[in-house]
Design a protein around this ligand. Structure first.
Ligand SMILES: NC(=O)C[C@H](N)C(=O)O
Length: 578
């Protein structure tokens, strides 16, 4: 787990201490009067001017501010200026404006290109020439995209988690993590409803200025690069096995098509890159739907296999999985570079309802990782057709509920197939039975397809975070859009090919960035963004949010301690970063 992962923490600490940073809104009262250094008016503003229309004013009166979060119609983002330490625009003197322009206008401008589609769908809708950024993604496609963002390699670790908690405790913890995840999305949506912006990093900026934005962007980048690496690692280790089985080869050959390194590059170039180049997440809806059906097939097969595979397993003669296992690398055992067969309750064939052992501690990080989708929520909201907070919360709840059910069933039947002998990566456990089983082979292909199609979705927020960090204020550029995707994919490929042992660091990343993204950031951003006159610090929602942040901190400390103890004692489980 790379030490860089921890870098999000000091940044967060700095930002949290920057208590004099306050969000504010500034209204540009006369669009023809541009302060020196201010950004050019957006194409829409110019368009309206040509038509002799008054520029739309999102909130020119201070009194309009408290009503903002009560409406589900997003604010006119082009008029929202983000000033980390200011007061209301109405209170600013004209001379004060230029002194603030640099930072504000940069931030604003970056939002303009991305947020023109947020314009209200009121009377002006027909007059407005929307760019192709207008939210066009349907409710169903958004559910697919969000579910696909949630679903990833995390599902493969859940049966192992259940083996270490027992069915009842697992169900309790899974329910808790799912509910907390939904609450966290609620906080994100509420915050974004207040300020009319729909990017995680911009919420960070709004709450804590640049440190807040950087903390969010770094956490998103690390979390999602970790997730993508784990997906590509599955591709690298599983595709050669699939080909080997298809060709009915007993031994691995030295042909290029049996080499995971070449295959991962091939898959990246032919499948992932073209999808990652899509301008909008919404276009990935069909791919996400297909990815989900692959995972549906995985689930059905896991349930079916429960009734096919005897327990106890017939004793393996020698090394049944032979050459296959030699190449397997559990995604949670990167630092060791080999699969560790964990047998928490070796030999047992009766389900346990409540278990506590040394591995139980990893359950929460595994589950938290499995439910991370928060960097994708706001981009998906951005592209939603006729967006509203309620609609997006509904999309999130449906996605979380469906994934909750799939996670529980996959874990339950995976566990009930192998009981204590289930491995930390469920698919590997099936190797013990029959590595050449056709159904398992198809399941492998399905999981491979599913995780491969998830990469572009997870890449999307990273590109956005990088844009926010390095190219803030720049208009959309295809060259930059393509270049960031190519550089990111190249970097992840290099990691997976040349430094698989480094990937162990992503357990550490999972332990730091996941709690930040799920618990800490949504809560502290919410506390800062929600105006005190609307919700005082001691109001119930803010106290709840504070408890939520505290829970995240506890969770982070707990996960980090387990990982450190594990490393110190030479263990091999790095915190569920599958
Ligand atoms: N999107 C992510 O960060 C991880 C995803 N929830 C998974 O289980 O793989």
């Amino acid at each position: 787990m790379v030490a860089v992962a921890v870098s999000a923490m000091p940044i967060l600490a700095t930002s949290a201490s920057g208590s004099n940073l306050r969000p504010m809104l500034v209204t540009v009262s006369n669009p023809r009067h541009r302060p020196p250094g201010a950004a050019r008016p957006s194409p829409q503003q110019r368009h309206r001017r040509r038509r002799g229309q008054r520029p739309r004013r999102a909130h020119s009166e201070p009194s309009s501010f408290p009503t903002m979060d009560t409406t589900d119609v997003p604010l006119q983002a082009e008029m929202v200026e983000l000033v980390p330490n200011g007061k209301h625009a109405a209170m600013l003197t004209a001379s004060a404006i230029p002194s603030l322009t640099g930072d504000r206008f940069e931030e604003n401008q970056s939002g303009v290109a991305e947020m023109e589609e947020f314009l209200p769908h009121g009377a002006e809708k027909k007059q407005t020439h929307f760019t192709d950024f207008e939210g066009k993604t349907s409710f169903g496609m958004s559910v697919f995209n969000l579910s696909n963002a949630i679903m990833g390699s995390g599902i493969l670790g859940l049966a192992y988690a259940m083996a270490n908690t027992g069915i009842i405790l697992f169900l309790f913890l899974l329910t808790a993590v799912a509910l907390l995840s939904s609450y966290s999305i609620h906080l994100l949506l509420k915050s974004s409803g207040i300020v009319g912006i729909r990017a995680y990093e911009q919420l960070g900026y709004r709450a804590f200025g640049t440190p807040g934005k950087m903390a969010a962007a770094i956490a998103i980048t690390l979390q999602n690069i970790g997730a993508m690496s784990s997906y590509l690692y599955i591709v690298k280790s599983e595709v050669p096995l699939v080909i080997q089985t298809f060709l009915n080869l007993e031994e691995k050959t030295t042909d290029w098509y049996m080499n995971g390194n070449y295959l991962v590059i091939l898959v990246s170039i032919t499948v992932i890159l073209p999808l990652a180049l899509m301008k909008q997440l919404g276009y990935l809806g069909y791919a996400s739907g297909f990815s989900l059906s692959c995972m549906g097939f995985f689930l059905i097969s896991v349930i079916y296999k429960k009734f096919q595979i005897p327990c106890p397993l017939p004793e393996q003669e020698g090394n049944l999985t032979g050459s296959l296992n030699a190449t397997l690398v559990s995604t949670s055992d990167y630092q060791n570079g080999y699969t560790v067969l964990q047998t928490p309750e070796q030999g047992a064939c009766t389900p346990s309802f409540f278990t506590l052992n040394s591995q139980t501690a990893y359950t929460i990080p595994i589950m938290a990782f499995a439910f991370v989708c928060h960097p994708e929520v706001l981009p998906i909201y951005t592209e939603l057709k006729d967006p509203s907070k309620k609609k997006m919360q509904c999309i999130s709840n449906i996605s979380i509920a469906v994934m909750y059910l799939m996670y529980f069933l996959a874990a339950l039947f995976g566990y009930l197939t192998f009981y204590g002998r289930v491995e930390s990566e469920l698919l590997h456990t099936y190797n013990k039975v029959d590595p050449f089983d056709v159904l398992i082979l198809c399941v492998r292909v399905a999981v491979l397809t599913a995780v491969t199609l998830t990469v572009p979705i997870v890449l999307f927020p990273v590109r956005r975070a990088i844009q926010q960090m390095l190219f803030q204020g720049k208009d959309f550029s295809w060259i930059r859009h393509v270049a960031i995707a190519v550089v990111l994919l190249t970097f992840i490929n290099l990691l997976v090919i040349f430094a698989p042992s480094i990937l162990g660091i992503f357990g550490l990343i999972g332990a730091t960035s996941a709690p930040c993204l799920i618990f800490i950031f949504p809560a502290i951003f919410y506390i800062r963004i929600m105006p005190k006159d609307k919700e005082p610090l001691r109001s119930t929602p803010k106290i709840l949010a504070a408890c939520f942040a505290l829970l995240g901190v506890l969770f982070m400390i707990m996960s980090l301690s387990f990982i450190i103890i594990d490393w110190a004692t030479g263990g091999g489980k790095s915190g569920g970063s599958h």
